[in-house]
Design a binder for this molecule. Structure first.
Ligand SMILES: NC(=O)c1ccc[n+]([C@@H]2O[C@H](COP(=O)([O-])OP(=O)(O)OC[C@H]3O[C@@H](n4cnc5c(N)ncnc54)[C@H](OP(=O)(O)O)[C@@H]3O)[C@@H](O)[C@H]2O)c1
Length: 323
Protein backbone atom coordinates (compact mmCIF):
# COMPACT_ATOMS: atom_id res chain seq x y z
CA UNK A 1 0.00 0.00 0.00
CA UNK A 2 1.29 3.44 -0.93
CA UNK A 3 1.92 6.00 1.77
CA UNK A 4 -0.62 8.69 0.86
CA UNK A 5 -0.81 11.82 3.00
CA UNK A 6 -3.54 11.88 5.64
CA UNK A 7 -5.85 14.53 7.04
CA UNK A 8 -7.68 14.86 10.34
CA UNK A 9 -11.40 15.33 9.88
CA UNK A 10 -12.02 17.79 12.67
CA UNK A 11 -9.85 18.57 15.66
CA UNK A 12 -10.33 15.19 17.31
CA UNK A 13 -11.76 13.48 14.29
CA UNK A 14 -10.55 10.47 12.33
CA UNK A 15 -7.44 10.37 10.18
CA UNK A 16 -8.30 9.66 6.55
CA UNK A 17 -6.53 9.99 3.19
CA UNK A 18 -6.03 13.60 2.06
CA UNK A 19 -7.33 12.65 -1.41
CA UNK A 20 -10.93 11.41 -1.36
CA UNK A 21 -12.62 9.24 -3.97
CA UNK A 22 -15.97 10.59 -5.12
CA UNK A 23 -18.14 7.69 -6.26
CA UNK A 24 -21.13 9.72 -7.52
CA UNK A 25 -20.29 9.43 -11.20
CA UNK A 26 -20.15 5.63 -10.95
CA UNK A 27 -23.96 5.76 -11.07
CA UNK A 28 -26.43 7.48 -13.33
CA UNK A 29 -27.37 10.68 -11.53
CA UNK A 30 -29.19 12.81 -14.07
CA UNK A 31 -30.66 9.95 -16.08
CA UNK A 32 -27.64 9.09 -18.31
CA UNK A 33 -26.16 5.61 -18.73
CA UNK A 34 -24.53 3.82 -15.78
CA UNK A 35 -20.74 3.63 -16.18
CA UNK A 36 -19.09 0.22 -16.42
CA UNK A 37 -19.63 -1.38 -13.00
CA UNK A 38 -16.64 -3.71 -13.17
CA UNK A 39 -14.32 -0.79 -13.88
CA UNK A 40 -15.95 1.29 -11.12
CA UNK A 41 -15.38 -1.46 -8.55
CA UNK A 42 -11.83 -1.97 -9.82
CA UNK A 43 -11.27 1.78 -9.36
CA UNK A 44 -12.45 1.62 -5.74
CA UNK A 45 -10.17 -1.37 -5.12
CA UNK A 46 -7.19 0.36 -6.73
CA UNK A 47 -7.87 3.47 -4.62
CA UNK A 48 -7.97 1.38 -1.42
CA UNK A 49 -4.79 -0.44 -2.49
CA UNK A 50 -3.12 2.95 -2.79
CA UNK A 51 -4.22 4.13 0.65
CA UNK A 52 -7.12 6.31 -0.56
CA UNK A 53 -9.62 5.20 2.05
CA UNK A 54 -12.14 8.09 1.98
CA UNK A 55 -15.08 6.98 -0.21
CA UNK A 56 -17.95 9.36 -0.80
CA UNK A 57 -21.46 8.27 -1.75
CA UNK A 58 -25.07 9.38 -1.26
CA UNK A 59 -28.29 7.43 -0.82
CA UNK A 60 -29.80 9.29 -3.79
CA UNK A 61 -26.90 8.63 -6.20
CA UNK A 62 -28.58 6.41 -8.75
CA UNK A 63 -31.49 5.79 -6.32
CA UNK A 64 -29.40 3.49 -4.13
CA UNK A 65 -27.29 2.05 -6.97
CA UNK A 66 -24.18 3.89 -5.75
CA UNK A 67 -24.44 2.53 -2.22
CA UNK A 68 -24.96 -1.01 -3.54
CA UNK A 69 -21.86 -0.58 -5.70
CA UNK A 70 -19.72 0.78 -2.86
CA UNK A 71 -21.06 -2.03 -0.65
CA UNK A 72 -19.94 -4.62 -3.21
CA UNK A 73 -16.52 -2.99 -3.46
CA UNK A 74 -15.86 -2.92 0.29
CA UNK A 75 -17.14 -6.44 0.95
CA UNK A 76 -14.31 -8.28 2.68
CA UNK A 77 -12.27 -5.12 3.14
CA UNK A 78 -14.48 -2.96 5.35
CA UNK A 79 -11.53 -1.94 7.54
CA UNK A 80 -9.67 -0.43 4.58
CA UNK A 81 -12.47 2.05 3.83
CA UNK A 82 -13.88 5.16 5.50
CA UNK A 83 -17.40 5.51 4.12
CA UNK A 84 -19.04 8.91 3.86
CA UNK A 85 -22.76 9.03 2.99
CA UNK A 86 -25.04 11.95 2.18
CA UNK A 87 -28.78 11.74 2.63
CA UNK A 88 -31.99 13.73 2.42
CA UNK A 89 -32.12 14.74 -1.26
CA UNK A 90 -35.26 13.61 -3.01
CA UNK A 91 -35.06 12.76 -6.72
CA UNK A 92 -37.66 11.45 -9.14
CA UNK A 93 -36.82 10.38 -12.70
CA UNK A 94 -33.50 12.22 -12.50
CA UNK A 95 -35.18 15.43 -11.26
CA UNK A 96 -34.26 17.04 -7.92
CA UNK A 97 -37.52 17.54 -5.97
CA UNK A 98 -36.08 18.99 -2.75
CA UNK A 99 -34.98 17.85 0.69
CA UNK A 100 -36.62 15.69 3.33
CA UNK A 101 -34.79 15.96 6.65
CA UNK A 102 -37.61 15.25 9.05
CA UNK A 103 -36.19 13.20 11.95
CA UNK A 104 -38.63 10.38 11.12
CA UNK A 105 -37.27 10.28 7.56
CA UNK A 106 -33.61 10.33 8.65
CA UNK A 107 -34.30 7.34 10.92
CA UNK A 108 -35.77 5.58 7.90
CA UNK A 109 -32.98 6.55 5.44
CA UNK A 110 -30.13 5.29 7.62
CA UNK A 111 -31.44 1.72 7.73
CA UNK A 112 -31.78 1.53 3.95
CA UNK A 113 -28.23 2.90 3.56
CA UNK A 114 -26.78 0.39 6.01
CA UNK A 115 -28.53 -2.47 4.22
CA UNK A 116 -27.47 -1.35 0.74
CA UNK A 117 -23.88 -0.84 1.88
CA UNK A 118 -23.91 -4.14 3.78
CA UNK A 119 -22.25 -2.55 6.83
CA UNK A 120 -23.24 -1.92 10.44
CA UNK A 121 -21.96 1.61 10.89
CA UNK A 122 -21.55 4.55 8.51
CA UNK A 123 -18.30 6.40 9.20
CA UNK A 124 -19.49 9.90 8.24
CA UNK A 125 -23.19 10.71 7.79
CA UNK A 126 -24.30 14.03 6.45
CA UNK A 127 -27.43 15.85 5.30
CA UNK A 128 -26.67 16.81 1.69
CA UNK A 129 -28.28 20.26 2.12
CA UNK A 130 -30.31 21.85 4.90
CA UNK A 131 -34.10 21.76 4.73
CA UNK A 132 -35.77 25.13 5.39
CA UNK A 133 -38.78 23.40 6.91
CA UNK A 134 -36.83 21.52 9.65
CA UNK A 135 -34.69 23.35 12.25
CA UNK A 136 -30.94 22.67 11.97
CA UNK A 137 -31.03 21.59 15.64
CA UNK A 138 -33.52 18.79 14.88
CA UNK A 139 -31.59 17.51 11.86
CA UNK A 140 -28.25 17.46 13.67
CA UNK A 141 -29.83 16.16 16.89
CA UNK A 142 -31.20 13.17 14.96
CA UNK A 143 -27.75 12.30 13.55
CA UNK A 144 -26.32 12.71 17.08
CA UNK A 145 -28.89 10.12 18.26
CA UNK A 146 -27.76 7.75 15.49
CA UNK A 147 -24.18 8.18 16.69
CA UNK A 148 -25.28 7.23 20.21
CA UNK A 149 -27.06 4.19 18.77
CA UNK A 150 -23.84 3.11 16.99
CA UNK A 151 -25.25 3.43 13.47
CA UNK A 152 -22.98 6.38 12.63
CA UNK A 153 -19.47 7.29 13.78
CA UNK A 154 -19.03 10.96 12.82
CA UNK A 155 -21.23 13.87 11.81
CA UNK A 156 -20.68 15.77 8.57
CA UNK A 157 -22.57 18.52 6.78
CA UNK A 158 -22.69 19.60 3.16
CA UNK A 159 -23.40 22.84 1.23
CA UNK A 160 -24.38 24.77 4.35
CA UNK A 161 -24.06 28.45 5.33
CA UNK A 162 -21.59 29.73 7.89
CA UNK A 163 -24.42 30.45 10.34
CA UNK A 164 -25.90 26.97 9.91
CA UNK A 165 -22.44 25.47 10.41
CA UNK A 166 -22.07 27.26 13.75
CA UNK A 167 -25.51 26.10 14.84
CA UNK A 168 -24.84 22.52 13.78
CA UNK A 169 -21.49 22.47 15.58
CA UNK A 170 -23.11 23.79 18.75
CA UNK A 171 -25.54 20.84 18.76
CA UNK A 172 -22.90 18.18 18.05
CA UNK A 173 -19.24 18.46 16.92
CA UNK A 174 -19.08 18.54 13.13
CA UNK A 175 -16.11 16.56 11.77
CA UNK A 176 -16.35 17.53 8.11
CA UNK A 177 -17.87 20.14 5.83
CA UNK A 178 -18.41 18.89 2.25
CA UNK A 179 -18.47 21.84 -0.10
CA UNK A 180 -17.88 22.74 -3.76
CA UNK A 181 -14.54 24.53 -4.12
CA UNK A 182 -12.24 25.18 -7.05
CA UNK A 183 -10.36 27.93 -8.85
CA UNK A 184 -13.69 28.66 -10.56
CA UNK A 185 -15.84 28.70 -7.39
CA UNK A 186 -14.20 30.64 -4.59
CA UNK A 187 -17.13 32.32 -2.88
CA UNK A 188 -16.67 30.25 0.28
CA UNK A 189 -13.31 31.89 0.96
CA UNK A 190 -15.04 34.97 2.44
CA UNK A 191 -16.87 33.44 5.39
CA UNK A 192 -17.47 29.70 5.29
CA UNK A 193 -13.85 28.50 5.00
CA UNK A 194 -12.64 30.74 7.84
CA UNK A 195 -15.56 29.53 9.98
CA UNK A 196 -14.68 25.88 9.35
CA UNK A 197 -11.07 26.60 10.22
CA UNK A 198 -12.00 28.47 13.40
CA UNK A 199 -14.24 25.59 14.52
CA UNK A 200 -11.59 22.97 13.65
CA UNK A 201 -13.76 21.29 11.01
CA UNK A 202 -12.18 19.35 8.11
CA UNK A 203 -13.14 20.56 4.62
CA UNK A 204 -14.02 17.96 1.98
CA UNK A 205 -13.82 20.00 -1.23
CA UNK A 206 -15.59 18.64 -4.29
CA UNK A 207 -16.03 19.78 -7.92
CA UNK A 208 -12.33 20.71 -8.14
CA UNK A 209 -12.60 20.64 -11.95
CA UNK A 210 -15.75 22.81 -11.88
CA UNK A 211 -17.90 20.33 -13.82
CA UNK A 212 -15.03 19.66 -16.21
CA UNK A 213 -14.33 23.34 -17.08
CA UNK A 214 -10.81 23.15 -15.60
CA UNK A 215 -9.82 19.89 -17.28
CA UNK A 216 -8.93 21.94 -20.36
CA UNK A 217 -10.82 19.45 -22.50
CA UNK A 218 -13.97 21.53 -23.07
CA UNK A 219 -14.58 23.36 -26.35
CA UNK A 220 -17.18 25.99 -27.30
CA UNK A 221 -19.93 25.59 -28.28
CA UNK A 222 -21.02 22.46 -26.47
CA UNK A 223 -23.24 19.90 -28.17
CA UNK A 224 -26.91 20.66 -27.56
CA UNK A 225 -27.38 17.35 -25.73
CA UNK A 226 -24.39 17.96 -23.40
CA UNK A 227 -25.82 18.25 -19.87
CA UNK A 228 -23.41 21.11 -19.12
CA UNK A 229 -25.44 23.33 -21.48
CA UNK A 230 -28.09 23.68 -18.77
CA UNK A 231 -25.70 25.78 -16.66
CA UNK A 232 -25.14 29.47 -17.51
CA UNK A 233 -21.37 29.00 -17.07
CA UNK A 234 -21.27 26.87 -20.20
CA UNK A 235 -23.55 28.96 -22.41
CA UNK A 236 -22.75 31.48 -25.22
CA UNK A 237 -20.29 34.26 -24.38
CA UNK A 238 -19.87 33.05 -20.80
CA UNK A 239 -18.31 29.82 -22.04
CA UNK A 240 -16.06 31.63 -24.54
CA UNK A 241 -14.78 34.03 -21.85
CA UNK A 242 -14.40 31.26 -19.26
CA UNK A 243 -12.40 29.14 -21.69
CA UNK A 244 -10.03 32.12 -22.18
CA UNK A 245 -9.20 31.88 -18.47
CA UNK A 246 -8.71 28.14 -18.82
CA UNK A 247 -6.08 28.87 -21.50
CA UNK A 248 -3.95 30.45 -18.72
CA UNK A 249 -4.32 27.26 -16.68
CA UNK A 250 -3.41 25.18 -19.73
CA UNK A 251 -0.31 27.28 -20.43
CA UNK A 252 0.89 27.02 -16.82
CA UNK A 253 0.22 23.27 -16.83
CA UNK A 254 2.26 22.89 -20.04
CA UNK A 255 5.13 24.92 -18.51
CA UNK A 256 5.13 22.62 -15.46
CA UNK A 257 4.74 19.46 -17.54
CA UNK A 258 1.46 18.53 -15.84
CA UNK A 259 -2.22 18.47 -16.85
CA UNK A 260 -4.74 21.27 -16.17
CA UNK A 261 -6.74 18.82 -14.00
CA UNK A 262 -3.68 18.16 -11.88
CA UNK A 263 -3.20 21.89 -11.40
CA UNK A 264 -6.87 22.31 -10.46
CA UNK A 265 -6.64 19.55 -7.84
CA UNK A 266 -3.26 20.61 -6.48
CA UNK A 267 -4.47 24.21 -6.12
CA UNK A 268 -7.31 22.98 -3.88
CA UNK A 269 -4.91 20.75 -1.97
CA UNK A 270 -2.57 23.71 -1.41
CA UNK A 271 -5.31 25.78 0.26
CA UNK A 272 -4.76 24.12 3.65
CA UNK A 273 -3.82 21.08 5.68
CA UNK A 274 -7.48 20.79 6.69
CA UNK A 275 -8.75 20.70 3.07
CA UNK A 276 -9.25 17.41 1.21
CA UNK A 277 -9.76 17.35 -2.56
CA UNK A 278 -12.66 14.94 -3.18
CA UNK A 279 -12.35 13.84 -6.81
CA UNK A 280 -14.72 11.77 -8.93
CA UNK A 281 -12.93 8.93 -10.66
CA UNK A 282 -14.75 6.07 -12.29
CA UNK A 283 -11.75 4.70 -14.19
CA UNK A 284 -8.51 3.30 -12.76
CA UNK A 285 -6.61 5.33 -15.36
CA UNK A 286 -7.47 8.55 -13.43
CA UNK A 287 -5.81 7.45 -10.20
CA UNK A 288 -2.10 7.88 -10.89
CA UNK A 289 -2.62 11.31 -12.48
CA UNK A 290 -4.72 12.56 -9.59
CA UNK A 291 -2.49 11.06 -6.91
CA UNK A 292 0.49 12.77 -8.53
CA UNK A 293 -1.42 16.07 -8.25
CA UNK A 294 -1.25 15.67 -4.47
CA UNK A 295 2.56 15.83 -4.62
CA UNK A 296 2.74 19.08 -6.61
CA UNK A 297 3.84 22.42 -5.27
CA UNK A 298 3.59 25.96 -6.59
CA UNK A 299 6.09 28.79 -6.61
CA UNK A 300 4.79 32.07 -5.14
CA UNK A 301 4.64 33.47 -8.69
CA UNK A 302 2.58 30.53 -9.99
CA UNK A 303 0.15 30.79 -7.10
CA UNK A 304 -0.19 34.54 -7.68
CA UNK A 305 -0.89 33.98 -11.38
CA UNK A 306 -3.64 31.44 -10.67
CA UNK A 307 -5.17 33.53 -7.90
CA UNK A 308 -5.25 36.61 -10.10
CA UNK A 309 -6.57 34.88 -13.21
CA UNK A 310 -9.24 33.05 -11.22
CA UNK A 311 -10.01 35.78 -8.67
CA UNK A 312 -13.41 35.27 -7.07
CA UNK A 313 -16.15 36.20 -9.55
CA UNK A 314 -14.03 36.13 -12.72
CA UNK A 315 -15.60 32.91 -13.98
CA UNK A 316 -18.91 33.98 -15.49
CA UNK A 317 -22.22 32.23 -14.87
CA UNK A 318 -22.90 29.41 -12.48
CA UNK A 319 -23.62 25.74 -12.12
CA UNK A 320 -25.92 24.15 -9.56
CA UNK A 321 -23.34 25.42 -7.05
CA UNK A 322 -24.31 29.08 -7.61
CA UNK A 323 -24.53 30.55 -4.12
N1 LIG B 1 -22.10 17.59 -1.47
C1 LIG B 1 -22.51 17.82 -2.68
O1 LIG B 1 -23.43 18.59 -2.90
C2 LIG B 1 -21.81 17.15 -3.85
C3 LIG B 1 -22.15 17.53 -5.14
C4 LIG B 1 -21.48 16.94 -6.20
C5 LIG B 1 -20.52 15.97 -5.95
N2 LIG B 1 -20.22 15.60 -4.67
C6 LIG B 1 -19.20 14.55 -4.39
O2 LIG B 1 -17.94 15.03 -4.84
C7 LIG B 1 -17.35 14.14 -5.79
C8 LIG B 1 -16.60 14.96 -6.83
O3 LIG B 1 -17.47 15.91 -7.46
P1 LIG B 1 -17.68 16.08 -9.02
O4 LIG B 1 -17.89 14.78 -9.68
O5 LIG B 1 -18.78 17.07 -9.17
O6 LIG B 1 -16.38 16.78 -9.55
P2 LIG B 1 -14.95 16.34 -10.09
O7 LIG B 1 -14.22 15.56 -9.08
O8 LIG B 1 -14.34 17.61 -10.55
O9 LIG B 1 -15.24 15.35 -11.32
C9 LIG B 1 -15.73 15.78 -12.55
C10 LIG B 1 -15.23 14.89 -13.66
O10 LIG B 1 -13.80 14.96 -13.74
C11 LIG B 1 -13.35 13.75 -14.32
N3 LIG B 1 -11.94 13.55 -13.97
C12 LIG B 1 -11.40 13.05 -12.84
N4 LIG B 1 -10.06 13.02 -12.93
C13 LIG B 1 -9.76 13.52 -14.17
C14 LIG B 1 -8.56 13.74 -14.87
N5 LIG B 1 -7.39 13.47 -14.30
N6 LIG B 1 -8.62 14.28 -16.12
C15 LIG B 1 -9.80 14.58 -16.70
N7 LIG B 1 -10.98 14.40 -16.08
C16 LIG B 1 -10.95 13.88 -14.83
C17 LIG B 1 -14.24 12.65 -13.77
O11 LIG B 1 -14.43 11.70 -14.81
P3 LIG B 1 -14.62 10.12 -14.68
O12 LIG B 1 -15.82 9.90 -13.83
O13 LIG B 1 -14.81 9.73 -16.10
O14 LIG B 1 -13.37 9.51 -14.09
C18 LIG B 1 -15.54 13.41 -13.48
O15 LIG B 1 -16.51 13.10 -14.45
C19 LIG B 1 -18.52 13.32 -6.33
O16 LIG B 1 -18.15 12.04 -6.77
C20 LIG B 1 -19.43 13.23 -5.12
O17 LIG B 1 -19.01 12.15 -4.30
C21 LIG B 1 -20.84 16.20 -3.62
Amino acid sequence: MKNIEQINLGTNGPLVSKLGLGCMRMSSIWGGPTPDETESIATIHAALDNGINFLNTGDFYGAGHNELLVGKAVKGRRNDAFISVKFGAIFHNGQWLGMDLRPISIRNFINYSLTRLGIETIDLYQPSRMDGSVPVEDIIGTVADLIKEGKVRYLGVSEITSKQLRTANSVYPVSALEIGYSLADRQIEGELLPTAKELGIGVVAFANTAEGLLTGEMKAPLAANDYHSHFSRFQGDNLIKNLEKVEVLKALAAEKGVTPTQLAISWVNAQGDHIMPLVSMSKRSRLSENMAAMEMTFSAGEMEKLNTTFASGTILGGTYLQR
